[in-house]
Design a protein around this ligand. Structure first.
Ligand code: DGJ
Length: 736
C-alpha cells in the first residue's frame, strides 16, 4: 500500500495490494483528471492517458475552448454548469441564484491512518493498516473549497472516498447536489450489476449492458430501501466469478442515494454515487463545512468473486465494530413468526423452556410488548411495557428466561410514531408532516422528526430506560415505513431540504449513543426485513435482518445478492416453520438449517408447535452451527452456482483463510428425472494440499473421500442427484 505524488508529472498514484488508481493535475487550469484505475502498475508515468488534446477541443493560449474541453475530459470530481454537459457531482446555488461551479487543484496532504467522518459511519484503519490522500480543490470565484479524500488499506483493494465542502466565502451558499465519488473512464462494453427488489425479495442480482445515456439506481424513500441498493458494479462481458475486470461502488450511508453510470457521446462512462439530489438542499453558512458520506470503490481482476472477498475483508476488518465483531453470536429464537402480536409472559416462557432444552441460547421478544399494541395500528412511541400482556413485568420475564440459561433480547422501532399513541396525542408536531396536509400513513404510522433534538432525546431516553430495567442483551432496531410528506416543524423554510440527511444523521447519533451506553449489547438492525441493509448500518450493528422472507429457497437468492457485498456474519438468517408464512412453500427442516447456517443462524417459529421430528433435529443443527460458525464468519466466500440462473441448484463455499478447511453448501432446488451426477468445481483451496471429506458418512455415493486441492478446483467432484425437491447437503473438506 502506498500513495505517491510525482511532482514532475503532477500525478497522484494510490497503490493498494492489487490495484493502482491515478489522478493527474492538468496544465495551467489545474483541473484534476482521472487517469487510470485497474491492476497494480509499477509505472507512474501515465499522464499521457489524460485526454487533454481531444477533438473537437481547440486549444487557445490561456483559456481552452472550455465547453468542448470540459464536456469530454475525464474529471476526477466535477463541478457543474460551465460546459460539462454530463451530469456532475457538485451543484450549488448562490444568493444571487447562480449555479456555475468549477474546481481546480490547490494543495494536498498524504498521511498515515484515516480520520473519522464527523457524525457519520466510515471505514477506519490504524496508521499501520491505512493511508490517506486529501486533495484540496477550490472554486476561486465562490471561495468554495472541496476536499477530496481517498483512503487505502494494507489488506484489501478497497479505496474509501469522501468529499468535504467548506464555504470560505462571506455569503451563504446552497449545496443542491454533493455526490461523494465519481469515476470517468472509457467504456469497454461494460455490463452493470445492480441489486434490486421489493419487500421480501431484497437484493436480486441484475445484469444489464451499459449503453449510451444514463442508467441509474437510487432511493428517494429516506432509507437505502428494499427496492434499489446503494451499490453498482460494472464489468467486462467476459468477467466470471473467478476472472476478469470488475469495478464497484458501495455507499456507506443509509438514506437517499443515487448511483449512476452515464455513457457520453465519445463512449466514455461517468460512474458516480452519493446522496440523491432530489429533495436535497443544504444551506452552508460562511466558515461552515458539509461532509458527504463515504463511498467504497473497488477494482478486481479476479472477477465478481474477487470483488466480493475484498468487500467482505474491508467490512469485517475496517467497518464493523463492537464486542460481537469477531465473535460467534448467540443462537436466538424470535417470536415474530411464532406468535405475531398474540403472546404473553407464559407463552414466551413456554417457548423459552423448550428452546433452552434444545440448545437455543437467546429469546427475542419481537413487536407487541408495549403500550396497548395488539396489532400494527397503535402505540409506536409509547415504549412502556404492557403489563397486562407481560404479567409480572419485563424484569420478571427476563429473570425467568435467564434462569433457563438463556439471554434475552427485545424489539424496538424508535424512529416511528402511531397516530394512536400518547406520544402523538401530546406532540402531533413531532411527526414528519407537511403543515396543512393530511399525513400519508404507511403501516398505519408516521415517522418521528428526529432532526429535532428534543424528539430524539425523548425517544432515546425511553429506549434506554427499558434497557436499564432488566438484563437485556440484544436489541432488534426496526424501521417499518419509508419517508414521505417531507416537512419538519423544527426546520426553517430554507432548511427543509436538509430534512432527509439530518434524519439519517439523527439515527446514526442515536445508535452511536446506544452502542456507547450499552457496549455489551448485540444490536441487529432491521427495516421491514432488509430495507436498510447497508454499510452505514453495519458500522453500528454487526448484523442486519436480511429479509422477512424466511423461505429457504427464496433466501438462496436474497442471501446470494446480499453476500455479493456483505460478509455472511452480517446476514440475519433464521429457520422458520412451514408452510412458509410468505410464500407457502414447504421445504425440509434440514435444508432450512443449511440455508440459515450461511448467516447469523437462529429460529423464528413456535418451537412448542412444530412437528416432533423437526424439534428433534434442533440439537443437531445447534451442534452444526457451533462446529462451522467460525469458518462461516471468518472465511472466504465463493459462489459456485446460482439457482436463479440455472433454475435447479445452488452452491456456495466458505474457505478458511489458511486453506485448512472448507464448507460447501449444495442445495438441489428442484429434482429432475433421469439425470447424471452434477460436476461441481470447488475453488479457493490450496492446490498442493490433499483434502479429506470429513463428513463422508453424509456422502455414501462418493467413490473416494480424499482429493487434491487442484483436482477439486479444476476437475471437481460429482454430486449425485438427490431424490425430491429442496434437498441440501454440506460437504466439509479438511486439509490432511
Ligand atoms: C418487520 C421485521 O422485519 C419483522 O421481523 C418483525 O420484527 C416486524 N417488523 C414486526 O413489526
Amino acid at each position: 500500500m502506498n500513495i505517491t505524488y510525482n511532482e514532475k508529472n503532477r500525478l497522484f498514484k494510490l497503490d493498494t495490494p492489487g490495484t493502482s488508481y491515478c489522478i493527474g493535475v492538468v496544465d495551467e487550469e489545474n483541473f484534476l483528471g482521472h487517469v487510470y484505475y485497474g491492476r497494480r502498475l509499477l509505472d507512474d508515468q501515465l499522464t499521457y492517458l489524460l485526454r487533454t488534446q481531444e477533438a473537437p477541443f481547440v486549444p487557445t493560449e490561456n483559456n481552452r475552448d472550455r465547453c468542448s474541453f470540459l464536456d469530454s475530459f475525464p474529471m476526477e470530481y466535477t463541478g457543474s454548469g460551465l460546459g460539462d454537459y454530463r451530469e456532475g457531482t457538485l451543484a450549488v446555488r448562490t444568493t444571487e441564484g447562480h449555479t456555475g461551479v468549477s474546481l481546480s487543484y490547490v494543495s494536498h496532504r498524504i498521511y498515515d491512518g484515516k480520520e473519522a467522518l464527523a457524525g457519520m459511519p466510515a471505514a477506519f484503519g490504524s496508521k499501520e493498516s491505512c493511508k490517506t490522500l486529501e486533495i484540496t480543490c477550490e472554486d476561486s470565484i465562490l471561495h468554495l473549497q472541496v476536499i477530496l479524500s481517498y483512503s487505502i488499506f494494507a489488506d484489501t483493494d478497497a479505496i474509501a472516498r469522501s468529499v468535504r465542502i467548506v464555504n470560505g466565502g462571506s455569503e451563504e451558499i446552497f449545496l443542491t447536489k454533493v455526490l461523494s465519488a465519481c469515476i470517468d473512464m472509457d467504456n469497454e462494453d461494460y455490463e452493470m450489476i445492480t441489486l434490486n427488489g421489493s419487500w421480501a425479495r431484497e437484493r436480486v442480482i441484475q445484469v444489464s449492458p451499459v449503453r449510451k445515456g444514463k442508467q441509474s439506481v437510487g432511493s428517494v424513500r429516506g432509507e437505502s430501501s428494499h427496492q434499489e441498493h446503494p451499490f453498482i458494479a460494472w464489468k467486462s462481458p467476459t468477467t466470471t466469478e473467478e476472472t476478469g475486470d470488475i469495478y464497484a461502488m458501495n455507499f456507506v450511508y443509509s438514506g437517499n442515494f443515487l448511483a449512476q453510470i452515464e455513457e457520453n457521446q465519445f463512449g466514455s462512462i461517468r460512474a458516480m454515487m452519493g446522496i440523491h439530489p432530489e429533495n436535497f438542499c443544504w444551506k452552508l453558512m460562511p466558515g461552515e463545512s458539509f461532509q458527504a458520506p463515504e463511498v467504497i470503490c473497488l477494482y478486481s481482476a479476479e472477477g465478481i468473486g474477487g470483488m466480493t472477498r475484498n468487500f467482505h475483508d474491508l467490512y469485517r476488518n475496517h467497518l464493523i465494530r463492537g464486542i460481537y465483531k469477531d465473535k460467534k453470536r448467540p443462537i436466538l429464537i424470535n417470536n415474530w413468526e411464532a406468535t405475531y402480536f398474540n403472546f404473553n409472559t407464559e407463552k414466551l416462557l413456554e417457548i423459552a423452556r423448550q428452546a433452552s432444552g434444545l440448545g437455543i441460547e437467546m429469546l427475542v421478544m419481537d413487536d407487541g410488548w408495549f403500550g396497548h399494541r395488539e396489532d400494527d395500528n397503535t402505540s409506536l412511541g409509547d415504549w412502556q411495557v404492557n403489563e397486562t400482556k407481560l404479567e409480572g413485568g419485563l424484569k420478571h420475564l427476563v429473570e425467568e428466561v435467564n434462569k433457563l440459561g438463556m439471554k434475552f433480547g427485545i424489539w424496538f422501532e424508535p424512529e416511528m410514531i402511531s397516530p394512536d399513541s400518547d406520544l402523538y396525542r401530546q406532540h402531533p408536531d413531532w411527526a414528519i408532516q407537511i403543515p396543512g396536509r393530511v399525513g400519508s400513513l404507511s403501516r398505519n404510522q408516521y415517522v418521528l422528526d428526529l432532526t429535532r433534538k428534543e424528539v430524539r432525546d425523548h425517544v432515546y431516553d425511553m429506549v434506554a430506560a427499558v434497557l436499564h430495567s432488566a438484563n437485556i442483551e440484544y436489541v432488534k432496531w426496526d424501521m417499518n415505513r419509508q419517508l414521505s410528506d417531507l416537512g419538519s416543524y423544527g426546520l426553517p423554510a430554507d432548511r427543509q431540504g436538509e430534512l432527509l440527511h439530518r434524519q439519517v444523521l439523527a439515527v446514526y447519533e442515536m445508535q452511536d449513543r446506544l452502542t456507547k451506553e450499552f457496549p455489551n449489547l448485540l444490536l441487529e438492525n432491521c427495516s421491514g426485513g432488509g430495507a436498510r441493509f447497508d454499510p452505514g448500518m453495519l458500522y453500528y450493528s454487526p448484523q442486519i435482518w436480511c429479509s422477512d422472507d424466511t423461505d429457504a429457497v427464496e433466501r438462496l437468492s436474497i442471501q446470494a445478492g446480499t453476500a455479493m457485498i456483505y460478509p455472511l456474519s452480517t446476514m440475519g438468517a433464521h429457520v422458520s416453520d412451514c408452510p412458509n408464512h410468505t410464500v407457502g412453500r414447504t421445504t425440509p427442516f434440514e435444508t432450512r438449517g443449511y440455508v440459515a447456517l450461511a448467516g447469523t443462524f437462529g429460529y423464528e417459529l413456535d418451537v412448542t408447535k412444530i412437528p416432533q421430528e423437526d424439534r428433534d433435529s434442533i440439537p443437531g443443527q445447534v451442534a452444526m452451527y457451533h462446529k462451522y460458525n467460525d469458518l462461516v464468519r471468518e472465511g472466504d466466500y465463493y459462489r459456485i452456482a446460482h439457482y436463479a440462473e440455472n433454475h435447479f441448484f445452488d452452491c456456495y463455499e466458505v474457505v478458511a483463510k489458511d486453506k485448512s478447511e472448507a464448507l460447501v453448501t449444495y442445495i438441489q432446488v428442484l429434482g429432475r428425472a433421469n439425470c447424471h451426477s452434477r460436476r461441481i468445481r470447488i475453488p479457493g483451496l490450496a492446490p498442493d494440499k490433499i483434502y479429506v471429506v470429513e463428513n463422508a458418512a453424509d456422502w455414501p455415493e462418493l467413490k473416494q473421500t480424499e482429493y487434491g486441492g487442484d483436482a477439486l478446483h479444476y476437475a471437481g467432484i460429482q454430486v449425485p442427484p438427490l431424490a425430491g425437491d429442496f434437498r441440501g447437503r454440506l460437504l466439509h473438506l479438511v486439509a490432511r
